[in-house]
Design a protein around this ligand. Structure first.
Ligand SMILES: Cc1cc2nc3c(=O)[nH]c(=O)nc-3n(C[C@H](O)[C@H](O)[C@H](O)COP(=O)(O)OP(=O)(O)OC[C@H]3O[C@@H](n4cnc5c(N)ncnc54)[C@H](O)[C@@H]3O)c2cc1C
Length: 498
């Protein structure tokens, strides 16, 4: 894997590859273990395709018991494990390790229970996000968090990344819709956290596991809350001559006390790419496009559309179109949800960044991003979960031109540092993975980081679950809190650091 430093592979584990594959085949028989180069090729990367690495071996378990036995075996034999759902992570969380087992959860694909009385659905983690909604839609229910990747991404991956989507502004992220999980610890112990009830005794371990990026345990069952579909939903398109004016409208709508079901923004390059790709009916003569969805009882929705129109007009909107039919509303969203693949047609490669800023700093951040684009000589298309202040700048580059990936990475790092500087955070929903791992120090000092790693140590003292992800430097657990670097002299120089 070029560019990013990963933990040095354990040569002892590499040498035992055939023996390890045999032992794992005894736990997950049939086609449960893939160890040929051709068979493992589809698993060598995830959504962060700039990086790839073949795993030691791929294991496809079907039962919690098999997951437990695989993890216990890896624990006893000091073999790293990388959990994987559908492999759509944009931060490289599911990228394999050369000396690690890739534990692919795709066979965990069953809806286990639909409980309308408690408004809860229990599924296996490999079930896709959209399949949860599909399972309950005939009774007028849905699962609110809706990542753009919902047709493919798994619920287990959503839990691990605390994923969000266009409707999370009003209805919350995965964390706000998750009721319970079953997870298997690296020791093989099976633990249940939460359930259909609203609160649990003791520490909020469910909250801890949500967003833990496969570092604390392997999720084998998920219970989520479902909601009744709103009586009405209508979307409005607003066009602006500048992104700054669009950003001001976003802030003004929230400041007026209106929480839309979704509020998304795209800049000119993203609008043009999307329109050419799916023909959503977007205007092409504006610099920024805002999609605002209002949902609820019909009377309330009609009233709020009027209010939002007044606010957008006061902020300088030059184009307004209100969806008149359900098909038209779906077309507005189809464009937004297709924005990532659409931008993929503008350049051979792009890096999708994910940072969050306080909403009111949007004009300042956009202006700075334009300067960076000139500085690095790379175009950027912007797609925002505007209501949440969550930015997705897509930096366009060509990996075949030497040096362009490095430039794109430096540009991306500058954007994320700026997000932190204006009071935001390094990630909105795509996680840290390997992509933002080395920037964690921009946000947290050594004390913060070592406290976070103590939590990791409590679950996985040998750092076998997804090592090399999320934390810039993994200390050994025994060393935590005692490290003091004086004049560059590292204590414990024998310990592997990367
Ligand atoms: C086109 C596109 C659009 C996207 N849009 C959005 C968006 O709008 N919002 C958003 O939040 N994300 C988005 N994403 C990112 C991605 O889809 C999410 O992060 C998603 O939750 C990942 O799910 P997955 O099943 O693909 O997980 P993977 O990519 O397989 O894994 C992601 C992480 O979760 C861990 N993991 C996976 N399964 C388990 C498990 N069962 N137990 C423990 N750990 C596990 C992995 O180790 C890894 O760290 C998008 C991605 C793409 C490609």
């Amino acid at each position: 894997m070029s560019g990013l430093k990963m933990p040095a592979p354990n040569s002892g584990v590499l040498a035992r590859r055939a023996e390890i594959a045999r032992a794992l085949s005894a736990i997950v028989p049939g086609e449960g273990v893939v160890s040929t180069q051709d068979g493992m090729r589809p698993f060598e990367t995830d959504g962060l395709t700039a990086y790839r690495q073949m795993p030691l071996v791929v294991v496809l378990p079907e039962t919690t018991e098999q997951v437990s036995k695989v993890l216990r075996y890896c624990h006893e034999n000091e073999i790293p494990v990388v959990p994987r759902g559908s492999g759509t992570s944009l931060s490289g969380g599911a990228i394999p390790l050369e000396d690690g087992v890739l534990l692919a959860m795709t066979r965990f694909n069953r809806v286990l229970e639909i409980d309308y009385e408690n408004r809860a659905v229990t599924v296996q983690p490999g079930v896709t996000n959209l399949a949860v909604t599909k399972a309950v839609s005939e009774k007028g229910f849905y699962y609110a968090p809706d990542p753009s990747s919902q047709i493919a991404c798994s619920i287990g991956g959503n839990v691990a990344e605390n994923s969000g989507g266009v409707h999370c502004l009003k209805y919350g992220l995965t964390a706000n819709n998750l009721l319970g999980v079953e997870i298997v610890l690296i020791s093989g112990e099976v633990v249940r956290l939460g359930g259909k009830h609203l609160d649990s005794e003791g520490y909020d371990l469910l909250g801890l596991v949500t967003g833990s990026e496969g570092l604390l345990g392997v999720v084998t069952e998920v219970t989520v809350r479902i909601l009744q579909s709103p009586e009405t939903a209508r979307a409005v398109l607003f066009g602006f001559d500048t992104s700054e004016a669009g950003g001001a409208a976003v802030a003004a709508i929230i400041a007026a006390g209106i929480i839309p079901g979704g509020m998304e923004m795209m800049d000119r390059p993203a609008i043009h790419a999307t329109e050419a790709y799916v023909g959503a009916g977007y205007p092409l003569d504006v610099e920024a496009l805002l999609i605002v969805e209002l949902d609820g009882p019909k009377g309330e929705v009609d009233h709020l559309i009027g209010e939002v129109e007044k606010i957008a007009s006061a902020c300088g909107s030059v184009y307004v179109r209100v969806s008149q039919t359900e098909a038209e509303r779906a077309a507005f969203w189809l464009g937004r949800k297709a924005a990532f693949p659409a931008v993929g047609r503008l350049a051979p490669d792009y890096l999708c960044m994910d940072g969050t800023i306080p909403r009111k700093t949007l004009p300042q951040v956009l202006a700075a991003m334009r300067e960076m684009s000139v500085h690095y000589g790379l175009e950027v298309a912007n797609v925002f979960h505007a209501g949440d202040g969550n930015l997705h700048p897509l930096i366009l580059y060509d990996a075949n031109i030497p040096g362009q990936l490095d430039k794109a990475e430096a540009f991306g790092a500058d954007i994320l540092k700026l997000c932190v500087k204006v009071g935001g955070v390094l990630t909105g929903e795509h996680g840290v993975g390997i992509e933002k791992r080395d920037l964690m120090g921009e946000m947290f000092d050594d004390i913060d980081l070592s406290h976070q790693q103590r939590v990791k140590c409590a679950f996985d003292p040998q750092h076998l679950l997804n090592p090399g992800k999320m934390f810039p430097v993994l200390h050994r657990c025994a060393e935590l809190g005692r490290m003091h670097v004086h004049k560059g002299q590292l204590p414990h120089p024998d310990l592997p650091r990367f």
